[in-house]
Design a protein around this ligand. Sequence first.
Ligand code: SF4
Length: 395
Amino acid sequence: MDTFEKLSLLTADMKLEVAEDVRPPLAQTCPSFQPAQRGGGCEDPLQGFPISHAVMPNGRRMPILKTLVTSACERNCNYCCFRAGRDFRRVTFKPEEMANAIVKMTERGMIEGAFISSGVAGGGAHTQDRLIAMAEVLRNKLHYRGYLHLKLMPGSEYDQVLRSMQLADRISTNLEGPNSKRLQSLAPQKVFLEELLQPLRWAEQIRRSMPGHLGWNGHWPSTTTQFVVGAVGESDLELLSTTAYLNKNVRLARGYFSGFSPTPDTPFEEKEACNPWREHRLYQASFLLRDYGFDLEELPFEGEGNLPLERDPKLVWAQRNLSEAPLEVNRAGKEQLLRIPGFGPKSVQTILTARRSGLLHSLEDLKALGVTASRAAPFILVNGRRPAVQLSLWP
Ligand code: SF4
């Protein structure tokens, strides 16, 4: 098999790994959805090669190669298509081979970056050495300046975390479960605190203790993680508690929620797939925690510790707290405005800026600022009055 045949085999199997991917759960309702595209032209040997997309902080979608250094794995995670003993064709790349493939695809304009992970082969630390070796060839020998996301293997050591941070734009460790108990059911050989959480803690320790000693492009990389959702009975409360802890303690840029989907010939092959609405509500709630000033206790968990599937958690909160006490958009503070459905950080900033020039008199004034006011209408006063549209929207 040549390099690109091997890459095609690997990337096709990486559907469980959503970190970076533009793969929101409700593609049909989300404008940011963009499915994997096919690279190359008709005569191109890379025709049909699957390309993923990463969303940058400014919202731009960047085409990336998302793959593994090896699909060989000695671990036995119950949900994973790469688990030890599963019968399929495994492939492994040498660090130079992978680095050269990334450069070649970049030169052809197919990708602008890469997200590189690996099965665990020869121990987590040994595997991390291979990922670092690949990244060093890319950055130091081939002078690659594109985006690079490196996975931190379970059991990565402090020096490996530091070296990975010096070479990558983003690093991540998949916690998989929200705590030790759930992880034990998902991945019996992984150790939550020592193997998975500790590398994330070290990454934050490095950012804090070496502010002048930065990564390859002058910034320390951001950190993400991923959870498998819906396979072992974990609640939304468990998942979001851990997310809130990570936001606060390791400055998590983003937690990804990968709805479980059964893979044949694994111990979980008979389990039901996760309802995609659950992923969607978890993302909404995690953004409320990260960007909207909500505390975990304010999220509308129901009896079993799960969010209602049928309603946006911010809307539920507003219906309980603002329907009888609407907020005056001319006086409410930033934190209050962020609580109003339909108002995001950008629209709140727009409102705050516009208020310096005078009173807002009606929903039309908000619309003229580019603010989507219809969802907000039942929960606001504009210049002392409930917007007229409210009567038709709010039973
Ligand atoms: S460590 Fe677990 S999740 Fe990762 S590739 Fe191996 S079996 Fe899959």
